[in-house]
Design a protein around this ligand. Structure first.
Ligand code: 5GP
Length: 206
């Protein structure tokens, strides 16, 4: 097993295409894509290409920022907690220009990798909470909001958190590829894209 997996841009593109096809088949066209920054930005833009039919309007992409940091102070002896903080959140003003709110919508959350699952757990929980709050205020709790997820890679390992299916409202989880628990080097992080791509080709990630 390699200790580092190199991923080429072409590979990212193909994983997004396959993910979009599966998503359209199983869930249907999303109303909005929510990209978790920074790793979710490029996959979100690519997947949008394959979710839209020619002539249709572009699906809006909203960026959210989440940061994971180690909580060294309050964890129990055997466990160092991981906390997530919001560094950027939804722009409800911009969203309302496309449609009245996220209530009752088909939403696709995109990130590059599901590692410990902490980030995805947090994203779904918080988005669900925000939409629920607005729906309660507007008396629209009967409308079901669907949260689906697409990640390029899912690491096969024990996860620190789970995604609450109830909160996904019938939405689904899509993975480009399940991978072992090794570091994944994405092309947008590379300082030398030619060498990076060469490594990716050698590993068959093209
Ligand atoms: P989580 O542990 O919450 O599932 O993942 C947190 C974040 O850590 C991911 O969104 C990603 O930005 C980063 N991360 C985790 N594993 C890897 C990896 O193998 N490669 C890269 N480039 N980032 C990773």
């Amino acid at each position: 097993m390699v200790d580092k997996m190199y991923i080429s841009y072409n590979n990212v593109h193909k994983l997004c295409k396959a993910g979009a096809e599966e998503f359209l088949k199983q869930v249907g066209k999303p109303d909005v894509i929510i990209a978790i920054g920074g790793g979710g930005f490029i996959p979100a833009r690519i997947i949008r290409t394959f979710l839209r039919s020619p002539g249709e309007k572009n699906i809006p992409i909203q960026a959210i920022g989440l940061s994971l940091y180690e909580d060294m102070g309050t964890g129990t002896d055997d466990k160092i907690g991981k906390e997530v903080i919001r560094t950027q959140w939804l722009d409800f003003g911009a969203l309302s220009q496309h449609f009245d709110s996220l209530i009752g919508k088909n939403i696709l959350i995109v990130d590059e990798v599901d590692d410990t699952r902490t980030t995805l757990h947090y994203a779904v929980s918080e988005l669900y909470k925000d939409v629920k709050e607005i729906a309660e205020k507007l008396g629209r709790t009967s409308e079901k909001t669907r949260f689906s997820i697409f990640v390029l890679h899912n690491k096969l390992k024990e996860k620190r958190a789970q995604i609450d299916e109830d909160k996904m409202g019938g939405g689904k989880y899509f993975v480009g590829k399940d991978v072992p628990d090794v570091w994944i080097a994405y092309p947008w992080e590379s300082a030398d894209i030619d060498t990076h791509t060469q490594h990716a080709v050698e590993q068959g990630n093209i």
